[in-house]
Ligand binder design. Structure first.
Ligand SMILES: Nc1nc2c(ncn2[C@@H]2O[C@H](COP(=O)(O)OP(=O)(O)O)[C@@H](O)[C@H]2O)c(=O)[nH]1
Ligand SMILES: [Mg+2]
Length: 358
């Protein structure tokens, strides 16, 4: 049996990512400031004084604290970098240089270490005067490694947040629901899966790909992905949620279910939706098309839509459904399951090779 946790998309790397706490420069500063403050107080109260030992204690305390905080960035880099899919997702959504930035953030702990080594020998060879003051000065120079890279640290945090949005679909067959905003993707996902989706009358309620498990599929773990809506525009012009949808479309393996909104109030005219569909058809191994909201069409309107979509080449049978009114969903669900089983079987025969060969 699949656990509840797993079905909501929380898989190991997700857990790993969640465990990493990235401190901002301000947080690091605060921590160091407090800890050193306490330490100096303690040293002032001490009966026996050893200026050299005290100075070193201050420097070492600052160093260890900052190092530990910067090490978290290195851990994040390692987790993302060792997973091809995660790396690809992050650079697709946030841009090619995101991984490079993360790598730079990961290198900061090394820089800190170098600086520490030289500051320490400077301190030890600097004579006994004002040792405490000197070690406090050295500590703030250590802090400056984080301070100078404040923006980089903030960017790494954004990368972490984005990486946590990547649905872990390793080895899973997926049904990715795509379409323009408001076409009913979330409504459909809520009907055919256990995904916790958001439905609203305004576009872009769904900001990320939300995975759920295909309903009543006992022998196979099929992930149904509710994705943010995409408008017909170039990747460069897309908003962050749109990029997330496209990234998942490109990376998830299995079936792409393209949902058409045939109503006159659709966010994108039918003709343009068909153009989008044609473009997508070439990019994914398997596509299924469903025309949604047929409950709000008259018979004449439905016939006109039917004529238009049934002329589209290379998409197989088109489903006519109403996600809201539960029309045609049984047939769609049955076919999706059947196809998912076939894909699973094929992948099993090919020794677990990826579906669609991408
Ligand atoms: N009439 C009708 N409205 C629907 C249907 N499916 C979804 N809607 C409505 O369309 C709007 C957008 O739905 P939503 O699922 O959030 O679309 P998404 O943006 O593609 O995820 C909501 O007001 C839904 O209630 C349907 O089959 N028929
Ligand atoms: Mg939605």
């Amino acid at each position: 049996m699949i656990s509840e946790k797993k079905s909501s998309g929380k898989l190991p790397s997700d857990v790993e990512l969640r465990r990493i706490h990235l401190s901002s420069y301000e947080e690091i500063y605060e921590k160091v400031y407090k800890r050193i403050g306490k330490l100096v107080e303690k040293q002032k109260r001490a009966e026996e004084k050893d200026d050299v030992a005290d100075a070193l204690e201050i420097l070492n305390t600052a160093y260890n604290l900052i190092y530990e905080k910067l090490e978290a960035y290195d851990k994040l880099y390692k987790i993302i970098n060792r997973r091809d899919d995660l790396r690809a997702y992050v650079s697709l959504v946030l841009g090619e240089d995101a991984i490079e930035k993360l790598e730079n953030a990961a290198r900061l702990k090394g820089k800190l270490k170098q600086l520490y080594i030289s500051l320490k020998s400077e301190l030890l060879s600097s004579g006994r005067r004002d040792l405490r003051k000197k070690s406090l000065g050295a500590s703030s120079r250590l802090l400056s490694v984080a301070k100078r890279n404040k923006a980089l640290l903030a960017e790494a945090l954004e990368i972490k947040k984005e990486a946590m949005l990547f649905p872990d679909l390793k080895g899973k067959i997926s049904v990715v629901i795509a379409g323009v905003p408001n076409s009913g993707k979330s409504t459909l996902a809520s009907r055919i899966s256990n995904a916790k989706v958001e439905v609203a009358e305004y576009p872009f309620t769904t900001k990320r790909a939300v995975p759920g498990r295909l309903l009543s599929e006992e022998f196979l773990d099929v992930a149904v992905l509710d994705t943010p809506g995409i408008f017909p525009r170039s990747f460069q012009e897309m908003s962050l949620p749109e990029r997330r949808a496209v990234a998942v479309l490109r990376m998830a393996m299995g079936i792409l279910l393209f949902l058409i909104d045939p109503t006159t109030s659709a966010s994108v005219p039918l003709e343009q939706q068909i153009e989008m569909l044609l473009k997508l058809r070439g990019e994914v191994p398997e596509i299924k098309v469903a025309v949604n909201k047929i409950d709000s069409l008259s018979k004449e309107e439905l016939d006109a839509v039917r004529k238009k979509v049934e002329q589209i080449p290379g998409i197989g049978d088109v489903y006519f459904i109403s996600a809201a009114e539960n029309i045609g969903l049984d047939t769609l669900l049955k076919d999706l399951k059947e196809r998912a089983r076939e894909l699973a079987l094929r992948s099993f025969r090919e020794g677990g090779a990826k579906f669609g060969g991408r």
